[in-house]
Write a protein that binds this ligand. Structure first.
Ligand code: UFG
Length: 343
């Protein structure tokens, strides 16, 4: 049987994609170095789906460690999630980000060539559209003009993949440009678990709701948007994961490199998200207006038409679903901590 290899498969988006693939009956192999995820995610994937996927603890950039993964399995396609993803940290440690993110993509591509694997789905980001394009963002817009090294690694890997697809006529590359994933699997067993102070909005809101932080800082209320706060296209991570299943299906009959947005097409402001969370969960989120955060743009949202056309996929969950599911997962973490402390 053919397997799908997920690098970074124990992370936030990787684990949700593993769950959706297993629900669809795919054979899934996970690789992760656990640098930003924990080993118990495997147990949780098993609890949700009833299947325990094969797991290799390895750095996707490590050619030697990755060789048995390709040698000992019949891999039909790779979904490459592995990579560092903290925007602020990438500004402090650019070489680490360039080395790690680009190396892992190259290593996987080299091994795919050696073991004749011809389908590559890449975890790209709407960040490649940079700060000069006006939403709704369509895939034919020029990429670049990015404000941080993390975003440039996504841009550069997209370029590497386009060249690889030009040189190898059999290769199918799908560049999935994610907008802002939030939410969690309905089981509440897997979700986004940032180390330390969260950089992203929803995990921060969830931690304020849990009483871990006393208020949220809203970064700027003087943007030219509906209420002055930043507007983003928040997409439920389960919808996003299903987008990968659709891309995998598409890659069976496709060659070349194709960029496809995974977003909802709806812009939601910071204040709107706070209020949706309050409404969905009956919890008040105290906030203060703070200065703008460097590198932020006013507004980002997708044109989702290409995904509908090529993948027959669109996001189905609502912003309320997102808020409810993010909170269910966060509450689960808080309950576990209480149980551990009371032992
Ligand atoms: N925000 C706050 N307070 C916070 C955190 C965020 O007001 O504590 C605001 C931001 O200013 C922005 C919005 O909430 O307006 C969303 O911010 P996030 O950090 O959650 O998400 P970004 O859109 O900045 O970045 C995300 C991913 C990146 C990716 C980018 C692509 O984190 O990996 O989307 O557009 F590159």
């Amino acid at each position: 049987m053919e397997s799908v290899l997920l690098t970074g498969g124990m992370g936030y988006i990787g684990s949700h994609t593993a769950v959706e693939l297993l629900r669809e009956g795919y054979d899934v192999i996970l690789v992760d170095d656990l640098s930003n995820s924990s080993a118990d995610v495997l147990d949780r994937i098993e609890s949700i789906t009833g299947v325990r996927p094969k797991f290799y603890q390895a750095d996707a950039a490590d050619h030697e460690a990755m060789t048995p993964v390709f040698r000992d399995n019949n891999i039909g396609a790779v979904i490459h999630f592995a990579g560092y993803k903290a925007v602020g940290e990438s500004v402090q440690k650019p070489l680490l980000y360039y080395r790690n993110n680009i190396d892992s993509a190259l290593t996987v591509l080299e091994l795919m060539e050696k073991y004749n694997v011809q389908r590559f789905i890449f975890s790209s980001s709407a960040t490649v559209y940079g700060e000069h394009n006006t939403p709704p963002l369509t895939e034919d817009l020029p990429t670049g003009g990015i404000t941080n090294p993390y975003g440039w690694t996504k841009y550069m890997i997209e370029e590497i993949l386009k060249d690889a697809a030009k040189a190898n006529q059999e290769l199918s590359v799908v560049l999935l440009r994610y907008f802002n994933p939030i939410g969690a699997d309905e089981s509440g067993l897997i979700g986004e678990k940032p180390n330390g102070i969260p950089n992203n909005l929803m995990p921060y809101i969830a931690q304020v709701a849990a009483g871990i932080r006393d208020h949220l800082n809203v970064f700027g209320n003087d943007y030219p948007t509906v209420d002055g706060t930043g507007v983003r296209d928040y997409i439920h991570v389960t919808d996003l994961a299903r987008g990968h299943v659709a891309a995998l299906r598409y890659s069976r009959t496709h060659t070349g490199a194709e960029a496809i947005n995974l977003g909802t097409g709806n812009g939601v402001s910071v204040l709107q998200l706070i209020h949706a969370f309050e409404e969905a969960n009956g919890i008040r989120i105290p906030y203060e207006i703070a200065p703008r955060r460097a590198g932020d743009v006013a507004e980002m949202y997708a044109c989702p038409d290409k995904a509908e056309k090529l993948l027959n996929w669109h996001a189905e969950k609502t912003i309320e679903d997102c808020c409810r599911d993010s909170w269910r997962f966060q509450k689960g973490i808080a309950d576990e901590l209480r149980v551990m402390r009371s032992r």
